[in-house]
Structures are given as C-alpha cells and as structure tokens.
Ligand binder design. Structure first.
Ligand code: UD1
Length: 422
C-alpha cells in the first residue's frame, strides 16, 4: 500500500488532457454483455475500477483485451451469469451487470456489494425496478439470485433519481418484452452516453437525459464501437486543484455543457473560466472567496466533487456552507481535513467551512476516491509535505494522477507505506 507525499505551494500551470469518464466506461462495459461478438470501447480510463470491471466480464466468460485506452470485449461463446464476491467487494458498481444479464439470459447471480465507504449505498431501487419487470429474487450465502423467465416491460417510478438504478433498469428494459417507462430517471451525462451506445447496438430509447425514459424492448443487439465521453469529475478535480494553488490550467477535451454549475461555482469563488476550442481554461489568482453549494443529482452540483470543493473552500476568504443531499455520510473525510488546520463544523448533511488563511501539512488518509482527491488538493495548497496514506483508493478512479499533476508543476512522490508500530 503506497502513500503519496505532496509538497504544497507549487502553482499548477499548463494543459491536462481529460481522460474518458470512469462512470460511463464501467456501464458501457456491462452493456457489451447484451450483444454477441466484439465490442470496442475507446477512451476507457486505465484505472483500477475499469480493470475490476474487466475481471467481472472475464469471470462471466467474455474475452477482454486492452490496446492503450481501447478496450475490446468478446462475448462470443458461452457466458456465465455469476459475479463473485471478491470482485463485487472491490467495486460495488459491478452490480450493473444484473440488468444486461437478466435481459440476455433471464438469470443472474451477483454477490452483494461493498465498494466506496460513503454511507449505506443500497440497491433497493434497482431490485424494485426488476421486480416490476417480473424478476424474482432469492438471497442466500451473500449472493442475490435473480430469475426472470420472461422480462416484461413496465412502468417504473424511482423514489430517487439513482444513477445506478436508472442504468441497470435501462439495460434490462432494452431486452424486455414491450414498453418500459422509467419516471424520475437520473439525467447524468453518463446515462446519455449509455443510452447512445445502447441505441447504436439496436435498442429503442427515447428521453435519455430527461426525467422520463421510454424504452421499447428488442432482442437483436449488435456489438459496436464507441468512444467514452470525457470525465467531468476528473475535469472538475483538476480545475479545483489549479484554483487551490493560484494556478491556471487548460482542461483539454473537457465538456463545458457537462460542467456548467461547477464552473459557475468556481467563478463565484473568484476563478476565471474560459471556454476554448479544445477545452476549458480555469485559473484563480489569490485566495478563493467563500461560496455556498448544495449537491444534487445532475444537473445539480455533483456529490463526487463535494470533498474537493470543501478542500478549496477551507482556505477561502469568509464562511461557506456545503450541503450534501446525495449520500448520507459523505463528510467523513472532514476529520482528515481538520488535521491540516481546516475549520469545518458538520451537522447532519450541512457543513460550515470557515476559511483559514492556510493549511499545514499533516499525515492524513485517503478514505475513498474523491475524499483522497480532496486530500491531495488540500496538500497542494498547504505548507510543508503532506503524507497521504491509503492512496490506492484514489487509483480506483483517477488515471495517472501523480504524473499528470507533476506535469502541471506539482511536487509529489510515492513511497511504500511505513507500517505503524503496534
Ligand atoms: C453513481 C456514481 C458515483 C456518484 C453517484 C451519484 C458510478 C459507478 N458511481 O453511484 O460516483 O457519486 O452515482 O452521482 O457511476 N440509493 C438508494 N437505493 C438504491 C440506489 C441508490 O437508496 O437502490 C441511494 C444511495 O444510497 C445514495 C443515492 O441513492 O444515497 C444516490 O445513489 P446512486 O445515484 O444510485 O449512485 P450510484 O449509482 O451508486
């Protein structure tokens, strides 16, 4: 287990190319299970989570081959229906294979998920949706077994616009009999990317990207070639990191239409944001200004940028209020930020951040992917060298983060973790 040593006070400057979106690529990989043949997915980030999803597909019997960031998935031949605990426990998003497996085989056996440590992340909405479509479940020995001899289109109204439930139900519905309508669907750009690929494969979908998605089931899917959209969370992370250091970066390939509220909030904090032909240029001179923000499903402020934004605001002029509406306990990393001198008080799903003039280096932990990114951002703006342990969490979601930050001027290096004496 490595730790990352980050020496603060270096201004980030230059250009960084934004890789393909993790949260899109993972679902496109699952969607490949619907068709028989060779699917090619381009611009897949080379990160742990995508490797884990590759292992899930291999375990199901698919062939998986990488050429740089192009992924080839071969689903010819006999496929299995089981996803084991050792893979689902590494990444809870593995459960998105449920939908395509039910659509193609009418059966699936998936271990119950583990994954990111950010509150109780349930899958009841996924299961309710499948149940409406005629699936039945048994739960035994840590495995969920789903059976749907006939998957029937249905009217499904989600209690909350869950990203995973919308995607899982969508991938089942494209292969169900008749029409499915998903009401209160999530509208994230990654869902639109998934719907686009499904349509290219032969599905009939209308309304993806709105709150009502209509699907007419079919059983003829062709493998396709598709390029993953750029990762808006990676783009936001680099933008916030640049602002933390009083720097300026060009986020090459970033999509301004996917980042509107994030860029608005950074501008409110004093950043300059310019949309250029090849991407978005973001910079901030001096200390940020305090900003209130509220996380919400897309197009609201993304919960996946909440920790990074909190790190930035911990050195703002004035007091900011952050409200987390998507996950129950996504403030756990605050204790780590406080170790660096941040003045943050949390109450329920609100956090009051009194901007400090500076942060100081300290040994801290990366608690999950985005909390780890927040610690790196805090460290980039702190005096001295911060040691961030459990950095493997960050590697789950960020491609080549160390080398790309270093190319922008950050001073950082990895070292094997030093065991803590008993
Ligand atoms: C996805 C993203 C994650 C992001 C999140 C919200 C992937 C791989 N992960 O996660 O990075 O933070 O969207 O934008 O794409 N919920 C239920 N029951 C369910 C499903 C969800 O109660 O059946 C709750 C969750 O506990 C959570 C909220 O709904 O509080 C949002 O979850 P959801 O939108 O499903 O997130 P994920 O798809 O897990």
């Amino acid at each position: 287990m490595d730790r990352l040593l980050v020496t603060g006070g270096r201004r980030l400057e230059g250009a960084v190319r934004i890789n393909g979106a993790k949260n899109s690529a993972l679902k496109l990989m699952a969607a490949a299970l619907l068709a028989e043949g060779h699917t090619l997915i381009e611009n897949v980030p080379r990160i742990m989570d995508c490797s884990t999803m590759g292992e899930v597909l291999e375990h199901l019997g698919a062939g998986v081959g990488w050429d740089g960031t192009t992924l080839m998935i071969d689903t010819t031949g006999r496929l299995g229906i089981e996803t084991p605990y050792e893979l689902v426990r590494k990444m809870r998003a593995s459960i998105v294979v449920l939908g395509p497996l039910l659509a193609r085989f009418g059966r699936a056996r998936v271990a119950m998920p583990g994954g990111c440590n950010i509150g109780s992340r349930k899958i009841d909405l996924h299961l309710k949706g499948f149940e409406r479509m005629g699936a039945r479940f048994t739960y035994e020995h840590g495995y969920l077994e789903a059976i749907a001899p006939v998957l029937q289109g249905a009217m499904i109204s989600l209690d909350f616009p869950s990203v995973g439930a919308t995607e899982n139900i969508l991938m089942a519905a494209v292969g169900a009999r008749g029409r499915t309508i998903i009401e209160n669907a999530a509208r994230e750009p990654e869902i639109q990317d998934l719907a686009n690929v499904l349509v290219e494969m032969g599905a009939k979908i209308e309304g993806a990207g709105t709150t009502t998605i209509e699907i007419e089931g079919t059983d003829a899917f062709e493998p396709v070639r598709h390029r993953v959209i750029p990762d808006r969370i990676a783009a936001g992370t680099f933008a916030i990191a640049a602002c933390m250091t009083g720097g300026e970066v060009l986020l090459e390939d970033a999509r301004p239409d996917h980042l509107e509220l994030v860029m608005d909030k950074l501008q409110e904090a004093g950043a300059t944001v310019e949309v250029e032909d090849g991407g978005i240029r973001v910079g901030l001179a001096g200390r940020p200004l305090a900003v209130d923000f509220v996380t919400l499903p897309y197009p609201g402020f993304p919960t996946d940028l909440q920790p990074q934004m909190m790190a930035l605001l911990s050195v703002a002029r004035g007091t900011s209020i952050a409200t987390e509406n998507v996950f129950e306990s996504r403030f756990m990393f605050v204790d780590e930020l406080k170790r660096m001198g941040a003045d943050i008080r949390t109450e329920g799903h609100h956090a009051v951040i009194r901007g400090a003039e500076w942060l100081s280096s300290a040994p801290v932990r990366a608690l999950d992917i985005r909390a780890g990114a927040a610690m790196i951002i805090a460290a980039l703006g702190a005096d001295g060298t911060t040691e961030i342990s459990d950095i493997h969490h960050v590697d789950r979601g960020y491609q080549d983060l160390d080398s790309r930050l270093a190319a922008l001027g950050a001073e950082l290096r990895r070292e094997p973790a030093v065991p803590i004496p008993a």
